[in-house]
Structure formats: structure tokens, C-alpha cells
Design a protein around this ligand. Structure first.
Ligand SMILES: Cc1cc2nc3c(=O)[nH]c(=O)nc-3n(C[C@H](O)[C@H](O)[C@H](O)COP(=O)(O)OP(=O)(O)OC[C@H]3O[C@@H](n4cnc5c(N)ncnc54)[C@H](O)[C@@H]3O)c2cc1C
Length: 492
């Protein structure tokens, strides 16, 4: 027994903040392997969870039963080709283990792309879709909404196909499933033609982009037809002697102009992310050094650039990241008659964060040493999406997140990380008051009352989804402690 616990299989997430000792760590290569592993697990009385690339801070993967890693499941489970251009509209099919960067290599040679994607290269699509993840783009949905079909291995080992064509009523239940309906073995997308995008990175004083008193300043930046894709980043204390300083304003738009060959390179990206870690150890172990070191770190951030590149390269502007922890909420933006969006809550979410950082500094605490990041999207019809809205709803969402450096293996010793969690014990409830809904994959679980908030805000949708899920997996094979936290315990 002892030998098993020391030498048995171990799993940890990307951030090294979660680990698990499952009885079995399986690495299937085909859909048939997945079926066999599920059948055996059920026969042995074990629970099963899928593991993508482990880029979540929330505990969706851990189980003491079977963790099924999807890294080899890069090809479509059906055995069909990745790209099918034979029909009226092209179809892209991938295995769940394919990552976002590899997806780009599959579609780009065919002149195909997607209207939105996440940023980082190496996150698996299975996990990205299961947690309802998103990119940016005022008129774009989440990436999960781009899925038009799925194959899922259920608890009895059978394969269930969901699709927009055959099971349209079930797609919004299946897309965002938190890994708890079965193992996704294929994702199908309807791509769009590949185009180029004109990307601009610039900095502006915070008040030029966001006015504390007037949310229309932010609204006009985000809803401008000039800037269909916008991201805002604020690195606290980036300018010597000032809390607010400048904001990195990243924006891009599709263009017919040719590429100028200036795609940021992977090598430089890697070097920057490795070198950037060195001063961050000082900042996180000695948070009081934050205001003096931040201007230097800010200089490493690629905030000034302009280039024209294939839009997929522009989406994936960052290939590597150094270890961080991250809490993110989707804040609703209501849109009234005449299409006028009300950015009051999104603006307040931003400024309440900035003000709270200012107050923390008065106590000589520096809970954020990376950034506050905001992206803006339309909405999602998936029942479990944090940015859910009914079909046809004009509501949009601001995904706002705070990130701080999380040194691997030192996180519990790091005063910076402790300050981050203390800070979010206050900030999380403020964002929840603004209607904010936590991103499933991020580090929200320790925020006081967050699970009660989730149950309140999803309400009837959560119950409908659970009833549908339990119909597929009545014995809760694909269940774990995180699911208990979300749904309020095993007795629900
Ligand atoms: C550096 C970094 C950048 C990020 N960027 C973004 C971003 O741009 N946008 C955004 O929204 N989020 C982002 N995130 C969050 C991240 O994308 C999500 O947490 C995502 O769910 C991680 O996917 P994964 O493959 O690593 O899944 P894991 O963390 O391994 O698993 C997440 C969940 O998906 C389930 N799952 C995985 N594969 C399958 C499968 N085949 N079948 C069924 N269930 C499955 C797991 O069981 C688990 O419940 C980022 C995270 C990091 C660390």
C-alpha cells in the first residue's frame, strides 16, 4: 500500500497547485481505448475524469479513480480526416487532445480559420471547450459556441454523437460540460475563411481608455467598428510614482491587406517568458518591491507593435507564459433599445479593482504583480457558460481577470500569492455584486460564498443541466469532489 502511494501514478496541473493520486493514469490512443478504459473502470467501481493539458486552477480533473489524459487523442475519434472540404461548407474535426496551436496548423493550410480563439498555444481543445473558454471580440461568442458536433464516450462505453444537425436541443447542454458527461473523443467545428488581421499594440494613460465616472469612455473604445477585437491590460505601478500609469491597449481588425511578415516569434516569446520569471521571484517573495520593480518588468511587456498577419497568428499572440495564478469573472453588459450598451458594471469592475490595489498599497500590500486583463465578447447559449444569455439576447460580457506570479513549488511560501488570495476574498464578492460569474477553469474556489453565488446565479439552468447530465450518467461515473462543490453535495 505504502509503495503504491509513493510510487503510484501522480497527476498535477500546469500551475502545480493541484495534484492527485489516481488509481489509474490512462493515456488512450484511440476512441476504442477510451471505451475499454471506461468499461473497465466501471467494472472496477472507479470514477473517471478526463485530463487535458491541466491548464485549469479549478479541480475539474482530480479523482482517486481513473484520470484519462487526452494527449494522444489528437485525431478525430471517428477516424475521419481533420478537414473535409467536400460538402457545401467545410468541416473541421479534431481529437480533444489537439491544442489550440496545432489546430491552427490543421486549418491554415486549407485557408480556414475561426472567428475567435484563446491566446496560448498549448491548451487542449477538449478542456478549453468543456470549461466554456473564450477569446475576445465584441461580436464573438465563446470558443465552445463554435462547436457544431461532438463524440463522447459515455459511462457504458458507448459513443454518443451530439450535433447541431441531429441533436440541436442538446448541443447547449453538451458543449460546456465540465468534464462530467463522459470523455469527448471528437470535436467538430464549422470554420470560416482565413483572413489577415491588422494588429496594434499601444499604451494609453488609463483615463484615456476608462473614465472612473463615465462608462461611455470604455464603451466607445470597445464597441467601435474600428476595433472589433480589443484587450486591455493594466500592470499596477507600471509608471514610477503612479498607481494607475498606462494601460496596454491591444486591438486588431480583419483586413484585406497582405501580411507584412512581422509575426512575433516563438523564440523571443520563450526567452521573454523565461527571463521575466527571474525578477518575479523577488517581487513575489518580497511584495514590497513591487512598485520599484514594476516599471522594469513593464518594459519587458510587448506593448508597442503593429503588424499584419494571418488572424490565427494574431489570436495566438502569446505562445508561452510563466507560472501565474488567475481569477476571472464574466461581468454582464446590458444592451438597451437602439443597441446602446451600458458599461457601468464593467467599468466599475475595473475601477473597483484599481482602487482596491491602491488601498492595499496604503497597507504596504501588493496582491497583483502581473496584471488586470479585460476582454469583451457577445454571449454564449451553453447552459453552463459563465457568459450565458438566451438565443438572440443582446447582452454582452466583459471577462475580467487578475493575474499574479505563482512560483512553482513555492506557492505556499510566497507572500505574493497569499496576498492575492486575501485580496480576492474581498474583490471576488465585489465582482459578484456586479453580476459577475466565475470562469470555471480559474482559481475561484476559495472566494467566500462563491459556490452559493454560482447556484443562485445559474438557478434553474443548473438544475435543468444536472437532470440532463444524470440521464446520461445516472451512477455519476464522471463525477468528482469539484462537482459536489458546484452542485451542493452528493445528496442533490
Ligand atoms: C496560460 C493559460 C492561459 C489561458 N488562457 C485562457 C484564455 O485565453 N481563455 C480562457 O477562457 N481560458 C484560458 N485559460 C484557462 C484554461 O483555458 C481553462 O482552464 C481550460 O479549461 C484548460 O484546458 P485544459 O485542456 O488544460 O483542461 P484541464 O485543465 O486538463 O481540464 C479542464 C476540464 O476539462 C475536462 N476535460 C478535459 N478534456 C476533456 C475531454 N476530452 N472530455 C471531457 N472533458 C474534458 C476536465 O475533466 C476538466 O473538468 C488559460 C489558462 C492558462 C494556464
Amino acid at each position: 500500500m505504502l509503495a503504491m502511494s509513493i510510487f503510484g501514478p501522480r497527476w498535477h496541473n500546469w500551475a502545480h497547485t493541484l495534484d492527485a493520486k489516481p488509481d489509474v493514469l490512462a493515456r488512450p490512443r484511440t476512441e476504442e481505448d477510451v471505451q475499454d478504459i471506461v468499461r473497465k473502470a466501471v467494472a472496477d467501481g472507479r470514477r473517471v475524469r478526463a485530463g487535458g493539458t491541466g491548464h485549469s486552477w479549478s479541480a475539474g480533473v482530480p479523482t482517486d479513480g481513473v484520470i484519462m489524459l487526452t494527449e494522444h487523442l489528437t485525431r478525430p475519434g471517428s477516424g475521419k480526416p481533420f478537414v473535409d472540404t467536400g460538402g457545401a461548407t467545410p468541416v473541421v474535426r479534431v481529437g480533444p487532445g489537439l491544442n489550440q496551436g496545432q489546430l491552427q496548423h490543421v486549418t491554415q493550410p486549407h485557408g480556414l480559420a475561426f472567428p475567435t480563439l484563446g491566446v496560448v498555444y498549448d491548451i487542449s481543445l477538449g478542456g478549453f471547450i468543456a470549461n466554456g473558454c473564450h477569446g475576445t471580440g465584441w461580436e464573438q461568442p465563446t470558443v465552445s459556441d463554435l462547436v457544431t458536433g461532438m463524440r463522447v464516450v459515455l459511462a457504458d462505453g458507448s459513443v454518443r454523437e451530439f450535433s447541431q444537425e441531429a441533436t440541436p436541443d442538446e448541443m447547449d447542454f453538451a458543449r460546456v460540460n465540465l468534464g462530467s458527461i463522459g470523455i469527448i473523443t471528437e470535436l467538430q467545428f464549422e470554420p470560416v475563411p482565413l483572413c489577415n488581421a491588422h494588429a496594434v499594440d499601444e499604451t494609453k494613460p488609463m483615463e484615456a481608455l476608462l473614465s472612473r465616472k463615465d462608462p461611455t469612455v470604455l464603451r466607445d473604445q470597445i464597441t467601435s467598428s474600428e476595433n472589433p477585437y480589443v484587450e486591455l491590460f493594466w500592470f499596477p505601478f507600471n509608471t514610477k510614482g503612479s498607481l494607475e500609469g498606462e494601460v496596454w491597449f491591444k486591438h486588431y481588425r480583419p483586413t484585406d491587406e497582405p501580411c507584412d511578415g512581422r509575426i512575433p516569434t516563438r523564440v523571443w516569446d520563450r526567452i521573454q517568458s523565461e527571463l521575466g520569471q527571474i525578477p518575479y521571484y523577488e517581487v513575489t517573495l518580497n511584495p514590497k518591491s513591487t512598485p520599484s520593480l514594476m516599471p522594469l518588468l513593464w518594459d519587458l511587456v510587448p506593448t508597442r507593435d503593429e503588424y499584419i498577419a494571418p488572424i490565427t497568428d494574431v489570436f495566438h499572440y502569446q505562445h508561452y507564459t510563466f507560472p501565474v495564478t488567475d481569477i476571472s469573472f464574466a461581468i454582464p453588459i446590458s444592451v438597451g433599445e437602439g443597441g446602446v450598451a451600458d458599461f457601468s458594471e464593467a467599468n466599475e469592475a475595473w475601477w473597483s479593482f484599481v482602487d482596491a490595489i491602491g488601498k492595499a498599497a496604503e497597507r504596504d500590500e501588493y496582491p497583483i504583480n502581473v496584471c488586470l486583463h479585460a476582454r469583451f465578447i457577445r454571449n454564449s447559449q451553453a447552459l453552463l457558460s459563465p457568459s450565458h444569455a438566451p438565443a438572440g439576447s443582446p447582452t454582452h460580457y466583459c471577462y475580467i481577470e487578475g493575474l499574479t506570479f505563482q512560483p512553482r513549488h513555492l506557492e505556499t511560501l510566497s507572500p505574493g500569492v497569499r496576498q492575492f488570495h486575501d485580496f480576492f476574498a474581498q474583490m471576488g464578492p465585489r465582482w459578484m455584486e456586479l453580476g459577475g460569474v466565475p470562469h470555471w477553469g480559474k482559481d475561484f474556489s476559495a472566494i467566500p460564498s462563491v459556490f452559493e453565488h454560482i447556484r443562485g446565479i445559474y438557478g434553474e439552468r443548473l438544475r435543468r443541466w444536472l437532470a440532463w447530465r444524470d440521464g446520461l450518467d445516472p451512477d455519476r461515473v464522471f463525477w468528482n469532489a469539484f462537482m459536489d462543490q458546484i452542485f451542493g453535495g452528493p445528496g442533490l
